[in-house]
Write a new protein. Structure first.
Length: 131
């Protein structure tokens, strides 16, 4: 029975791994508090955004039902790349503007139990290059 459970959990982890491998386009700051603390927020997530950063901290949240939302604006300027080896490798990128939404919600306490919901876009960036 234990062997079947371990194989099932291993198969589940393999099937549900993340498909976002480009960490350069990652946006780890998913709330105002985490941006202010430069991503050192996981251990002390004591606001509604604990539903994303540290769900265990939702149990210490004093208020009843609470929700928080926000929008992050990111501007990526154009890049002009000139390669010394070959002019065929030169390129220019376009200016990119992104609006990345966040939404967090914590339910009221139900017999020492809470539900949390976090809607985030941690990989919401892209870069387009001219042909």
């Amino acid at each position: 029975m234990l062997k079947k459970s371990v194989l099932f959990l291993l198969g589940l982890m393999i099937c549900h791994q993340s498909v976002v491998f480009a960490s350069g386009y990652r946006v780890p700051e998913q709330s105002v508090n985490s941006t202010a603390l430069s991503c050192a927020y996981v251990a002390n997530a004591n606001d509604v955004d604990a539903a994303y950063y540290n769900p265990a901290n939702m149990s210490w949240f004093a208020a009843g039902m609470s929700a928080m939302g926000g929008m992050t604006y990111i501007n990526l300027p154009a890049i002009n790349y000139n390669d010394n080896r070959s002019p065929a490798l030169n390129g220019e990128s376009e200016v990119e503007n992104f609006f990345i939404p966040q939404f967090f919600m914590i339910s009221p306490r139900y017999h020492n139990f809470r539900f949390g919901f976090a809607l985030t876009f941690p990989a919401g960036l892209a870069k387009r290059w001219e042909d």
